[in-house]
Design a protein around this ligand. Structure first.
Ligand code: BV8
Ligand code: ZN
Length: 263
């Protein structure tokens, strides 16, 4: 049965859904979390949907892909340099910090944070067990010698060259049509296969294979809890959906989880 409560419906629905979510988390020894751009929205990082999935009138999928980089690397780097510059002014929000608390409460080995985000905010907040499925805006990868380097905070030109072999650098990002990093993906599948609860936060659940992890959770009878501002394809798979901003909902969840301990 799927309990979902719109934040603006009768208080009972929200309270009942919250209670169920807290109980599901409390009774789950191992928890996996899948986050998307929505968890960083309250930090001021625009989601893909906010921009209507567009950047300078182009569909993100048409810019974030190898063909676009092949065709016009400077245009693609302009897209990424603009987002890299935006990261200098953003900080983790209360939702990121609540996920750090949850990891500390469950302990290493019982918590895995799988993120589609490339903004590095989970690590900045202090999360430890993080699997970045789609790469990271701070890192560059050389198209020649394949070296991956952390260049966070640096301002790169629109055609940066490798300091080691002078070949063109690319962002260390998984583009549409590219495979995900094998190790991160295998560990993400493993974490979901072994979890008892999958918390799905701030994702439109339309990008694959990441969204497939939600179906995997169902296949192993793990409880899926969704936190989002609106219905998504994950909502029909969720045992409970909590609708509202994750920066408010996550801290409330973790606080109530802790409160139950003292009771
Ligand atoms: C692959 C890096 C093939 C780039 C990213 C047709 C059907 C199905 C699949 C496909 C298809 N055609 C092609 C595909 C495959 C494709 C895909 O899934 N396309 C989608 C668009 C249909 N996938 C791929 O190409 C993947 N690779 O398939 O390889 C292959 C296989 C074998 C061998 C060779 C090749 C690669 C996918 C990775 C792409 N890279 N990121 C970059 O960031 O520049 S994906 C990118 O978009 C993000 O990383 C993110 O994952 C995704 C956007 O999703 P969200 O994070 O969910 O963000 P979004 O804005 O969509 O939603 C935000 C949500 O938050 C909303 O629900 C909103 O309501 C909510 N929200 C907002 N504010 C808040 C909130 N919630 C709570 N609180 C708030 N305050
Ligand atoms: Zn190089």
């Amino acid at each position: 049965m799927n309990h979902s409560s719109q934040a603006n419906t009768q208080q009972g629905g929200q309270e009942e859904a919250f209670e169920l979510a807290v109980n599901l988390l409390r009774s789950s020894r191992r928890v996996a979390v899948l986050t998307g751009a929505g968890v960083s929205a309250e930090s001021g990082v625009p989601t893909f949907r906010d921009a209507g999935g567009l950047w300078e009138g182009h569909r993100v999928e048409d810019v974030a892909c190898p063909e676009a980089f092949e065709r016009n690397p400077a245009f693609v780097w302009k897209f990424y340099n603009q987002r890299r510059a935006g990261l200098k002014t953003v900080l983790p929000n209360a939702g990121h910090h609540a996920l750090v608390d949850l990891e500390q409460r469950l302990g290493t080995g019982n918590f895995t944070l799988i993120t589609q985000n490339v903004d590095g905010l989970h690590r900045a907040a202090g999360s430890v067990r993080i699997l970045e499925l789609h790469g990271n805006l701070g890192r560059t990868r050389c198209t020649g010698c394949s070296r991956v380097e952390d260049r966070s905070g640096e301002t790169l030109t629109d055609l940066p060259a490798c300091p080691h072999c002078q070949s063109p650098l690319r962002p260390d990002i998984v583009w549409f049509g590219e495979v995900l990093p094998a190790k991160a993906w295998e560990e993400a599948e493993e974490a979901v296969r072994n979890c008892r609860c999958l918390l799905v936060v701030g994702t439109s659940a339309v990008v694959y294979p990441a969204a497939g992890l939600i179906y995997l959770a169902r296949a192993v009878n793990a409880a899926v809890i969704e936190i989002n501002r609106e219905n998504t394809p994950a909502s029909s798979l969720a045992r409970v959906s909590l609708f509202g901003p994750s920066g408010q909902i996550l801290p409330q969840l973790v606080t109530r989880l802790g409160a139950g301990d003292d009771a």
